[in-house]
Write a protein that binds this ligand. Structure first.
Ligand code: ZN
Length: 142
């Protein structure tokens, strides 16, 4: 198990831009504010989105494309470093007009309207490195 302790830094609220990609907006906000480690959550609505499901046997992502307006009912994630730059890892629960939900790894989402909570953390940087067991880029021990 890898355990790190951090000190809380700034808390940032942001209204994301209509028509922009949500993951790009998270990343730009982290870069502009020089945040290398953080925790985030967001709520709002997306005009379309893509979730992914990681197949643990084939080690490949399959995309769940939602080409329709959905509520961003819940979104949680973190920011750490990958190749020296802030990298956003976020999961989301999306819902349609009937309340039906989809959940998974958030790959893309066009913002209709969304509000972000971002908690900056200070401490030793967490760096993503390839993990041979899972095939994922996980936090390394250095
Ligand atoms: Zn994920």
């Amino acid at each position: 198990m890898l355990i790190r302790n951090f000190i809380q830094g700034r808390i940032i609220f942001a209204r994301l831009d209509h028509g922009e990609d949500i993951i790009s907006q998270f990343t730009i906000l982290a870069e502009d504010n020089e945040i290398e480690i953080g925790a985030l959550s967001a709520i709002g609505a997306l005009s379309r989105a893509g979730l992914a499901y990681y197949d643990q046997k084939s080690h490949e992502y399959g995309e769940i494309a939602l080409e329709e307006p959905v509520e961003l009912a819940s979104c949680f994630g973190n920011i750490s470093l990958k190749d020296g730059r802030p990298f956003v890892h976020a999961h989301a629960v999306l819902s349609d007009r009937t309340g039906r939900t989809w959940g998974g790894h958030l790959v893309r989402g066009t913002v209709f309207a969304a509000e972000l909570y971002l908690q900056e953390l200070s401490g030793l940087p967490l760096k993503r490195v390839p993990d041979s067991i899972t095939g994922l880029n996980l936090w390394g021990k250095e």
